[in-house]
Write a protein that binds this ligand. Structure first.
Ligand code: SAM
Length: 250
Protein backbone atom coordinates (compact mmCIF):
# COMPACT_ATOMS: atom_id res chain seq x y z
CA UNK A 1 0.00 0.00 0.00
CA UNK A 2 1.22 3.51 -0.84
CA UNK A 3 2.50 5.74 1.92
CA UNK A 4 0.40 8.79 2.76
CA UNK A 5 1.70 12.04 1.32
CA UNK A 6 3.70 14.50 3.39
CA UNK A 7 2.35 16.25 6.42
CA UNK A 8 5.21 18.74 6.52
CA UNK A 9 4.48 22.42 6.77
CA UNK A 10 6.26 24.60 4.26
CA UNK A 11 5.41 28.14 5.20
CA UNK A 12 5.87 28.00 8.95
CA UNK A 13 2.73 30.12 9.32
CA UNK A 14 -0.01 29.54 11.85
CA UNK A 15 -3.56 28.57 10.83
CA UNK A 16 -6.22 31.08 11.68
CA UNK A 17 -8.11 29.45 14.54
CA UNK A 18 -11.00 31.73 13.70
CA UNK A 19 -11.53 30.65 10.10
CA UNK A 20 -14.81 29.07 9.07
CA UNK A 21 -12.79 26.74 6.83
CA UNK A 22 -11.01 25.52 9.96
CA UNK A 23 -14.19 24.91 11.93
CA UNK A 24 -16.53 23.72 9.17
CA UNK A 25 -14.06 22.36 6.63
CA UNK A 26 -15.99 19.10 6.45
CA UNK A 27 -19.01 21.00 5.14
CA UNK A 28 -17.00 22.85 2.51
CA UNK A 29 -15.45 19.54 1.43
CA UNK A 30 -18.96 18.11 0.95
CA UNK A 31 -19.96 21.11 -1.17
CA UNK A 32 -16.77 20.82 -3.24
CA UNK A 33 -17.45 17.17 -3.92
CA UNK A 34 -21.18 17.27 -4.63
CA UNK A 35 -22.28 20.83 -5.37
CA UNK A 36 -19.59 22.69 -7.24
CA UNK A 37 -18.75 22.18 -10.88
CA UNK A 38 -15.71 20.09 -11.75
CA UNK A 39 -13.70 22.12 -14.27
CA UNK A 40 -10.92 19.56 -14.71
CA UNK A 41 -11.36 19.23 -18.51
CA UNK A 42 -11.34 23.02 -18.99
CA UNK A 43 -8.31 23.41 -16.71
CA UNK A 44 -6.34 20.67 -18.47
CA UNK A 45 -7.17 22.13 -21.86
CA UNK A 46 -6.32 25.68 -20.78
CA UNK A 47 -3.02 24.77 -19.16
CA UNK A 48 -1.73 22.07 -21.48
CA UNK A 49 -3.96 21.78 -24.56
CA UNK A 50 -4.78 18.43 -26.14
CA UNK A 51 -1.28 17.06 -25.55
CA UNK A 52 -1.64 17.07 -21.77
CA UNK A 53 1.18 18.08 -19.43
CA UNK A 54 4.77 17.14 -20.29
CA UNK A 55 6.50 14.71 -17.94
CA UNK A 56 7.89 16.38 -14.85
CA UNK A 57 5.38 19.25 -14.86
CA UNK A 58 4.85 20.76 -11.43
CA UNK A 59 1.28 21.98 -10.85
CA UNK A 60 0.46 24.18 -7.86
CA UNK A 61 -3.11 24.45 -6.55
CA UNK A 62 -3.45 27.62 -4.47
CA UNK A 63 -6.19 27.69 -1.83
CA UNK A 64 -6.62 23.99 -2.52
CA UNK A 65 -9.09 23.36 0.31
CA UNK A 66 -9.80 19.61 0.32
CA UNK A 67 -7.38 19.11 -2.57
CA UNK A 68 -9.90 18.35 -5.27
CA UNK A 69 -7.83 19.44 -8.25
CA UNK A 70 -4.39 18.58 -6.87
CA UNK A 71 -5.57 14.99 -6.38
CA UNK A 72 -7.53 14.83 -9.62
CA UNK A 73 -4.59 15.90 -11.78
CA UNK A 74 -2.08 13.76 -9.86
CA UNK A 75 -4.36 10.80 -10.57
CA UNK A 76 -5.02 11.66 -14.22
CA UNK A 77 -1.35 12.38 -14.97
CA UNK A 78 0.96 10.13 -12.91
CA UNK A 79 3.99 11.61 -14.69
CA UNK A 80 3.47 15.07 -13.15
CA UNK A 81 3.74 16.36 -9.57
CA UNK A 82 1.07 18.40 -7.83
CA UNK A 83 1.27 20.55 -4.70
CA UNK A 84 -1.71 21.98 -2.83
CA UNK A 85 -1.34 25.08 -0.65
CA UNK A 86 -3.89 26.25 1.90
CA UNK A 87 -4.06 27.97 5.28
CA UNK A 88 -6.58 25.63 6.85
CA UNK A 89 -5.06 22.73 8.77
CA UNK A 90 -8.42 20.96 8.82
CA UNK A 91 -8.79 21.11 5.04
CA UNK A 92 -5.15 20.14 4.47
CA UNK A 93 -5.74 17.05 6.61
CA UNK A 94 -8.73 16.18 4.43
CA UNK A 95 -6.65 16.73 1.31
CA UNK A 96 -3.88 14.43 2.56
CA UNK A 97 -6.39 11.77 3.55
CA UNK A 98 -7.94 11.98 0.11
CA UNK A 99 -4.54 11.65 -1.60
CA UNK A 100 -3.61 8.70 0.62
CA UNK A 101 -6.94 6.97 -0.10
CA UNK A 102 -6.28 7.42 -3.83
CA UNK A 103 -2.75 5.99 -3.29
CA UNK A 104 -1.17 9.06 -4.88
CA UNK A 105 2.60 9.34 -4.61
CA UNK A 106 2.93 12.45 -6.75
CA UNK A 107 0.83 14.82 -4.69
CA UNK A 108 1.63 16.78 -1.53
CA UNK A 109 -0.02 19.46 0.59
CA UNK A 110 1.51 22.32 2.53
CA UNK A 111 0.36 25.11 4.75
CA UNK A 112 1.12 28.64 3.61
CA UNK A 113 -0.47 32.03 3.01
CA UNK A 114 -1.13 32.68 -0.67
CA UNK A 115 -0.48 36.40 -0.15
CA UNK A 116 3.16 35.65 0.55
CA UNK A 117 4.28 32.26 -0.62
CA UNK A 118 7.39 30.88 1.10
CA UNK A 119 10.65 30.66 -0.82
CA UNK A 120 10.35 26.87 -0.67
CA UNK A 121 7.63 27.03 -3.30
CA UNK A 122 10.29 28.10 -5.80
CA UNK A 123 9.03 28.27 -9.36
CA UNK A 124 6.35 26.08 -10.89
CA UNK A 125 5.16 25.21 -14.40
CA UNK A 126 1.41 25.57 -13.89
CA UNK A 127 -0.99 26.99 -11.32
CA UNK A 128 -4.68 26.36 -10.77
CA UNK A 129 -6.75 28.72 -8.65
CA UNK A 130 -10.42 27.92 -8.11
CA UNK A 131 -12.85 29.94 -5.98
CA UNK A 132 -9.97 31.51 -4.05
CA UNK A 133 -10.47 35.20 -4.82
CA UNK A 134 -13.88 34.98 -3.14
CA UNK A 135 -12.26 34.75 0.26
CA UNK A 136 -8.83 36.39 0.24
CA UNK A 137 -8.49 39.89 1.75
CA UNK A 138 -6.02 41.18 -0.84
CA UNK A 139 -6.62 39.85 -4.35
CA UNK A 140 -3.88 41.93 -5.96
CA UNK A 141 -1.20 40.52 -3.65
CA UNK A 142 -2.30 36.97 -4.45
CA UNK A 143 -2.25 37.62 -8.20
CA UNK A 144 1.24 39.12 -7.85
CA UNK A 145 2.39 35.95 -6.09
CA UNK A 146 0.91 33.79 -8.82
CA UNK A 147 2.86 35.73 -11.44
CA UNK A 148 6.03 35.63 -9.33
CA UNK A 149 6.17 31.89 -8.71
CA UNK A 150 5.28 30.84 -12.26
CA UNK A 151 8.27 30.00 -14.40
CA UNK A 152 8.76 32.03 -17.59
CA UNK A 153 6.33 30.57 -20.14
CA UNK A 154 4.28 28.96 -17.36
CA UNK A 155 0.49 29.20 -17.24
CA UNK A 156 -2.16 29.73 -14.62
CA UNK A 157 -5.86 28.93 -14.77
CA UNK A 158 -8.21 31.01 -12.64
CA UNK A 159 -11.86 30.04 -12.09
CA UNK A 160 -14.14 32.34 -10.12
CA UNK A 161 -17.89 32.10 -9.59
CA UNK A 162 -19.97 34.98 -10.92
CA UNK A 163 -23.34 34.44 -9.26
CA UNK A 164 -23.58 35.66 -5.71
CA UNK A 165 -26.84 33.90 -4.86
CA UNK A 166 -25.54 30.43 -5.66
CA UNK A 167 -22.08 31.18 -4.30
CA UNK A 168 -23.50 32.54 -1.07
CA UNK A 169 -25.02 29.24 0.06
CA UNK A 170 -21.88 27.46 1.38
CA UNK A 171 -20.71 30.55 3.27
CA UNK A 172 -24.11 31.13 4.90
CA UNK A 173 -24.37 27.45 5.81
CA UNK A 174 -20.88 27.49 7.34
CA UNK A 175 -21.73 30.58 9.39
CA UNK A 176 -24.87 28.88 10.65
CA UNK A 177 -23.03 25.66 11.51
CA UNK A 178 -20.27 27.58 13.26
CA UNK A 179 -22.77 29.56 15.33
CA UNK A 180 -24.71 26.42 16.24
CA UNK A 181 -21.57 24.64 17.36
CA UNK A 182 -19.98 27.42 19.44
CA UNK A 183 -21.38 28.80 22.66
CA UNK A 184 -19.44 32.04 22.50
CA UNK A 185 -19.39 34.58 19.68
CA UNK A 186 -16.35 33.80 17.55
CA UNK A 187 -14.92 36.51 15.30
CA UNK A 188 -14.39 34.43 12.17
CA UNK A 189 -12.27 36.15 9.56
CA UNK A 190 -14.63 35.41 6.68
CA UNK A 191 -17.29 37.96 5.75
CA UNK A 192 -20.99 37.08 6.01
CA UNK A 193 -21.57 37.82 2.36
CA UNK A 194 -19.39 36.70 -0.53
CA UNK A 195 -18.31 39.33 -2.99
CA UNK A 196 -18.01 37.97 -6.49
CA UNK A 197 -16.17 40.02 -9.07
CA UNK A 198 -17.82 41.74 -12.00
CA UNK A 199 -16.35 41.02 -15.41
CA UNK A 200 -14.53 44.37 -15.28
CA UNK A 201 -13.12 43.72 -11.79
CA UNK A 202 -11.95 40.25 -12.78
CA UNK A 203 -10.34 41.66 -15.92
CA UNK A 204 -8.64 44.42 -13.95
CA UNK A 205 -7.27 41.99 -11.36
CA UNK A 206 -5.78 39.65 -13.94
CA UNK A 207 -4.50 42.34 -16.31
CA UNK A 208 -2.59 44.09 -13.51
CA UNK A 209 0.23 41.60 -14.09
CA UNK A 210 2.39 41.78 -17.24
CA UNK A 211 1.18 38.53 -18.82
CA UNK A 212 2.23 37.67 -22.33
CA UNK A 213 -1.23 36.37 -23.10
CA UNK A 214 -4.60 36.16 -21.34
CA UNK A 215 -7.65 34.24 -22.53
CA UNK A 216 -10.90 35.17 -20.77
CA UNK A 217 -14.03 33.05 -20.88
CA UNK A 218 -17.37 33.07 -19.09
CA UNK A 219 -20.13 30.52 -18.76
CA UNK A 220 -23.36 30.87 -16.80
CA UNK A 221 -21.81 30.51 -13.35
CA UNK A 222 -18.06 31.10 -13.66
CA UNK A 223 -15.53 33.39 -15.24
CA UNK A 224 -12.16 32.01 -16.26
CA UNK A 225 -8.76 33.35 -17.21
CA UNK A 226 -5.83 31.42 -18.64
CA UNK A 227 -2.69 33.53 -18.31
CA UNK A 228 0.74 32.88 -19.80
CA UNK A 229 3.87 34.43 -18.29
CA UNK A 230 6.27 35.85 -20.89
CA UNK A 231 9.02 33.39 -21.71
CA UNK A 232 11.66 36.13 -21.50
CA UNK A 233 10.91 37.19 -17.92
CA UNK A 234 13.76 36.51 -15.53
CA UNK A 235 13.03 34.01 -12.81
CA UNK A 236 12.44 35.95 -9.62
CA UNK A 237 12.99 33.08 -7.24
CA UNK A 238 16.28 31.29 -7.40
CA UNK A 239 15.07 28.44 -5.19
CA UNK A 240 14.23 25.26 -7.01
CA UNK A 241 11.00 23.63 -5.90
CA UNK A 242 12.15 20.16 -6.80
CA UNK A 243 15.10 20.37 -4.37
CA UNK A 244 13.07 21.68 -1.48
CA UNK A 245 9.74 19.93 -1.71
CA UNK A 246 10.90 16.53 -2.97
CA UNK A 247 12.18 15.35 0.43
CA UNK A 248 8.76 16.13 1.89
CA UNK A 249 7.04 13.59 -0.37
CA UNK A 250 6.89 10.23 1.31
C1 SAM B 1 -13.69 28.80 -1.27
S1 SAM B 1 -12.37 27.72 -0.83
C2 SAM B 1 -11.82 27.08 -2.40
C3 SAM B 1 -11.23 25.69 -2.30
C4 SAM B 1 -10.89 25.01 -3.60
N1 SAM B 1 -9.93 25.76 -4.37
C5 SAM B 1 -12.14 24.76 -4.43
O1 SAM B 1 -12.10 24.91 -5.64
O2 SAM B 1 -13.15 24.36 -3.86
C6 SAM B 1 -11.10 28.84 -0.43
C7 SAM B 1 -9.90 28.18 0.21
O3 SAM B 1 -8.89 29.15 0.34
C8 SAM B 1 -8.25 28.96 1.58
N2 SAM B 1 -7.64 30.25 1.96
C9 SAM B 1 -8.26 31.38 2.33
N3 SAM B 1 -7.37 32.36 2.56
C10 SAM B 1 -6.15 31.81 2.32
C11 SAM B 1 -4.82 32.31 2.40
N4 SAM B 1 -4.58 33.58 2.74
N5 SAM B 1 -3.80 31.47 2.09
C12 SAM B 1 -4.04 30.18 1.74
N6 SAM B 1 -5.28 29.66 1.65
C13 SAM B 1 -6.32 30.46 1.94
C14 SAM B 1 -9.36 28.50 2.52
O4 SAM B 1 -8.83 27.83 3.65
C15 SAM B 1 -10.16 27.60 1.60
O5 SAM B 1 -9.70 26.29 1.64
Amino acid sequence: MAEPVSTDIVGGCCPPSDSLFERCGWFYALCREHLFHDHSPEIADGLWGGEGPPAGTHLLELGCGPGFYACRFAENYPHIRTTGIDLSKALLTRARTRAAAMKLQNCSFHQADVHQLPATVGTVDSIVVSRLFLVVPNRDDVMREIFRVLRPGGKCFVAEPVQSARTQFPLSAMWLLAKLSSFTKVPYVEPHRVTTMTEAEFGGLVQAQPWQDIVFRRDGRYQFAVCTKPAGVEEVSAVNTADLLEPCIA
